[in-house]
Design a protein around this ligand. Structure first.
Ligand SMILES: N[C@@H](CCC(=O)N[C@@H](CS)C(=O)NCC(=O)O)C(=O)O
Length: 276
């Protein structure tokens, strides 16, 4: 692992690091905020998965999360959204290829050799951060924005028992029924839709639910509402009688102005579960 930068931040450290990912077979970069408490021992962790076109950097500089995390003594991890490098396959569309890994393990060409983002998050980066930093693996929560909200919800439901709580800002809720999902799942996973179901938050909610609290915020003026389909997730959660706070926030759009506005709520929500 290589340290790219470390800056003092709210009494802790905002770092950026790069490392070799075995799953993605390339070098990857991530951000990690460590609160001051990490100097005395392992602290709880909130994973933040980003959306389309993002790197590790967008949320790190625009989500206004570090101050609230410092207040709660919680670390934040900001992974990248896809493999990176000259030799890595890409598409000219912003929503496929680099910046658009969708948190799945691709099985189809040309994506399969590097687009292994599910394993990258849940295995490679997980092993690295718990080995190298003062983080408490028994206290983890997960959140994300848009494609990253899809990643947070699906990973939380699939990795049962690992996360105390899950939240999402304007998540893609039903990718197998949306143009933000169908194109990418077909490219990465192939045309057999039965292989998509395990990466669709609404279908996972209907079948498994989540053993813990869920918080979802989406803006009523989100320009991508028809692609996000929050109502499909709400219906699945209601049918499952899932413990969930589901909010449509009046006037807010899809941007980081929306994410940063509700970041305090999300970090407080996770802190309650992480310190329960
Ligand atoms: N570029 C796309 C939208 C991409 C987009 O809105 N990405 C969101 C996540 S889905 C984002 O966070 N973008 C980066 C940023 O705002 O910093 C478009 O104009 O249609």
């Amino acid at each position: 692992m290589e340290t790219i930068s470390e800056n003092a931040c709210f009494g802790g450290i905002q770092g950026v690091y790069s490392h070799r990912s075995a799953s993605c077979d390339c070098d990857m970069t991530f951000g990690l905020f460590l609160p001051a408490e990490a100097q005395d021992g392992p602290v709880p962790v909130l994973w933040y998965l980003s959306g389309l076109t993002c790197t590790h950097e967008n949320a790190m500089v625009k989500a206004a999360a570090q101050g609230w995390a410092a207040e709660q003594g919680i670390a934040l991890i900001f992974p990248d959204t896809s493999p990176r490098g000259e030799a890595i396959a890409d598409d000219e569309a912003y929503d496929l290829g680099k910046g658009a890994g969708f948190y799945v393990n691709a099985t189809k060409a040309p994506w399969a050799p590097h687009f292994q983002m599910y394993d990258y998050i849940t295995k490679d980066l997980t092993e690295l951060v718990f080995e190298k930093f003062a983080l408490d693996a028994s206290r983890q929560a997960i959140t994300g924005h848009s494609m990253g909200g899809h990643g947070a919800l699906t990973i939380a439901m699939r990795e049962a028992g690992r996360f105390s709580s899950v939240s999402a800002f304007s998540p893609i809720c039903n990718p197998s029924g949306s143009d933000w999902g169908r194109k990418q799942f077909e490219a990465y996973l192939g045309s057999d839709e039965s292989k998509w179901a395990g990466h669709d938050a609404s279908l996972l909610m209907a079948e498994h639910g989540f053993d813990g609290p869920v918080l979802i915020d989406t803006g009523t003026k989100d320009q991508f509402l028809d692609l996000l389909k929050p109502e499909i997730l709400a219906q699945a959660a209601a049918a499952k009688r899932q413990e969930m706070t589901f909010r449509m926030q009046p006037g807010y759009d899809h941007s980081y102005f929306f994410v940063s506005t509700f970041m305090e709520d999300h970090i407080s929500f996770h802190a309650e579960a992480l310190y329960a």
